[in-house]
Ligand binder design. Structure first.
Ligand code: ATP
Ligand code: MG
Length: 572
């Protein structure tokens, strides 16, 4: 590739290197990728990595190769009729679009069932496939293992006529599930187990969500995938590392059909490392268990790493894309630290979320000497100096306010710079106040704090005065009530136990959701709309929940804390 010194650094990785080489050698005139989810569940952050890679390549190269047909297809890999559903298809499309991508072509593997069938007859006719009537258990025995070569099936030498007749009758529905399968005739002694006469078709008397009752034989992934790729003209078929051994079969299918089928492209498969994240789960089985066992509140529970869950949590698509970019595309599996995702979320929201004041665990403060009816409208900026944005609102100040319970201590340690008896603290945007007295309930808990205020300290310390702590507050008279849900990492351990389900469930972080009622928010938040994001000063980033917020009853979700509290806890 030619590159000039002044060109901006483009993200590069081994996949992009391969594509650049292919273009330079003119092996392809376009770059067409695909994202091929199975519609049997919701997408998660791991899928987001694959989406960012595949759609990202489509976007990048279509800028370089305008009008060439470069892009990325969305294809539902719907070869297993039993587990699939249109409900999942709708969810997946919504998620891909929400992440900011648009597909060039929209397909189903089932669009090609008729062609796949025709190609299978061609393989039979060229002596490359046969109908096998071994039971599942027998097939397993005949396959051998990594150290032992397999044995030929006794049905391997059926004639072309017999194979064709049986395969046609399989299609007609003359046999029961499992009675026969169609297998490729390759090599039962091949070192690659995937090449030991792999199954191409199986009988399933199950309706399909797209094709209904039309078919009772269904193609296997390893047969359907290369054909779908080739028919769409895919150039680079990118999948995760566990498909490395399938690549040989992928090539076998293409090579044995390309002349007959006149495919518009000769796609190749490339494998990259899947995304693993600590403190969460991405396995479909585990996610399903959490949802169906009601350990979480549906697929969009904000604790889950599903795209729907992260969206409801308030994470932006920009943050997810930025995260996928920092993770990069590698050839070796590894586990990414959740802190890296959280960093990307903060980095994104720092510029986007206006800063406001909210008291999550309120403690009432009465300011003595401040006139009963007086209200001062204080100017408060939404943005700190280092964010290049402007805008402010008025926060009302009056005699009774709320502060956080944590911001007051009866017997503070030496380095406690917040409110305590005899101690002074600054109220953000307002006055310095000094605690003179407390009111306790029968159990000795402080229920109210009495303070005096210094009228000379409004907004600024007079020269020579030093007050170390600044705390946030909310006017009691103007406060807006809300429920606030504090979300945290799904698991309390880095890696969930792989053993029994019960052990996995024990790894769920009991503090992953903490519900606070009666929180007091500053007046301006009364106008907040579902999906609006804010920084609650000193607390974290929050979003107005899109599902449970009703007129007059606000629910906020914590997106992420302001600092990495886990790193600190781990050091301890
Ligand atoms: P299944 O076990 O059902 O195959 P899956 O997670 O592979 O689960 P698919 O719907 O087949 O789900 O995935 C669609 C695409 O997303 C595939 O190309 C797959 O390789 C990719 N993908 C899935 N999980 C990850 C992950 N953790 N990191 C990167 N890519 C992933
Ligand atoms: Mg898969």
């Amino acid at each position: 590739m030619s590159s000039s010194a002044s060109a901006p650094a483009k993200p590069s990785d081994f996949i992009r290197d391969i594509i650049n080489e292919d273009l330079q050698a003119e092996r392809h005139k376009k770059v067409l990728t695909r994202f091929p989810p199975e519609p049997n569940g919701f997408l998660h952050i791991g899928h987001a990595k694959s989406i960012c890679l595949n759609f990202g390549l489509g976007n990048e190269y279509s800028e370089r190769l305008p009008g060439s047909g470069t892009g990325c297809n969305l294809r539902f890999d719907d070869t297993d009729p039993a587990k699939e559903d249109t409900l999942f298809e709708d969810g997946i499309q919504e998620d891909v679009r929400w992440l900011g991508f648009e597909w060039s072509g929209f397909f189903h593997a089932s669009d090609y069932f008729e062609k796949m069938y025709e190609y299978a007859e061609h393989l039979i006719q060229s002596g490359k496939a046969y109908v096998c009537s071994l039971s599942d258990a027998e097939t397993k025995q005949y396959r051998g293992d990594v150290k032992t070569p397999g044995t030929n099936s006794p049905y391997r030498d059926r004639t072309v006529e017999e194979n064709l007749d049986l395969f046609r009758r399989m299609r007609k529905g003359e046999f029961k599930d499992g009675e026969h399968v169609l297998r490729a005739k390759i090599d039962m002694a091949n070192a690659n187990m995937k090449m030991r006469d792999p199954m191409l078709y199986r009988i399933r008397h199950t309706a399909h969500h797209m094709t209904g009752d039309k078919w009772c034989i269904y193609p296997m992934y390893d047969y359907a995938h290369p054909i779908s790729d080739a028919l769409e003209g895919i150039t680079h078929s990118i999948c995760t590392l566990e498909f490395e051994n399938n690549r040989e079969l992928y090539d076998w299918v293409i090579d044995n059909l390309i002349e007959f089928a006149k495919f518009p492209s000769r796609p190749h498969q490339y494998e990259f490392a899947r995304l693993n994240l600590n403190y969460t789960v991405m396995s479909k089985r585990r996610l399903l268990e959490l949802v169906e066992g009601k350990h979480v509140d549906g697929w969009d529970d904000p604790r889950l790493p599903t795209i729907a869950g992260m969206r409801r949590r308030g994470i932006t698509p920009d943050a997810i894309r930025a995260f996928c970019a920092t993770v990069g595309v590698a050839k070796a599996n590894s586990t990414v630290d959740m802190a890296q995702l959280e960093f990307c979320i903060r980095d994104d929201l720092n510029q986007k979320a206006p800063r406001v004041m909210a008291v999550l665990k309120p403690l009432k403060v009465v300011i003595e000497g401040y006139p009963d009816d007086k209200v001062e409208e204080l100017d408060a900026s939404y943005w700190p100096h280092d964010v290049p944005k402007e805008g402010s609102r008025k926060v009302p100040f009056c005699k009774e306010i709320y502060i956080e319970q944590d911001d007051f201590m009866l017997e503070p340690p030496k380095d406690y710079f917040r409110l305590a008896p005899g101690q002074e603290v600054r109220l953000r945007y307002a006055y310095c106040i000094k605690c003179t007295d407390v009111v306790k309930d029968a159990d000795g808990n402080v229920t109210e704090v009495r303070c005096t205020y210094d009228p000379d300290t409004l907004g600024n310390n007079p020269v020579g005065r030093k007050v170390k702590g600044t705390i946030h507050w909310v006017s009691a008279r103007h406060a807006v009530d809300a429920e606030v849900r504090l979300y945290d990492r799904l698991l309390s351990v880095e890696a969930p136990p792989t053993g029994k389900d019960s052990e996995f469930l024990n790894a769920i972080n009991p503090h992953a959701l903490q519900v606070l009622k009666g929180c007091k928010l500053e007046r301006s938040l009364g106008e907040a709309k579902a999906g609006d994001r804010f920084q609650f000063e000193r607390q974290g980033y929050f979003v107005v929940d899109t599902k449970d917020t009703k007129p007059g009853s606000l629910v906020f979700n914590r997106i992420v804390t302001l600092k990495d509290s886990w790193a600190k806890a781990q050091k301890k």
